[in-house]
Design a protein around this ligand. Sequence first.
Ligand SMILES: [Zn+2]
Length: 54
Amino acid sequence: MATYEYLCEGCKHQFSLVQRISEHGKKKVTCPKCKGTKVKQQISLFQVKTSRKS
Ligand SMILES: [Zn+2]
């Protein structure tokens, strides 16, 4: 299981969804707020975070 972050382009609602990796990309994601299907996947902050030394 992994958590995916999504942003609805219809109402700008951000939400996260727990999906199985095998499930991801196969299921249609709908916005829980407006039920819209114009949903964009966000890049997870967990993966983007890098340890910077300055
Ligand atoms: Zn929405």
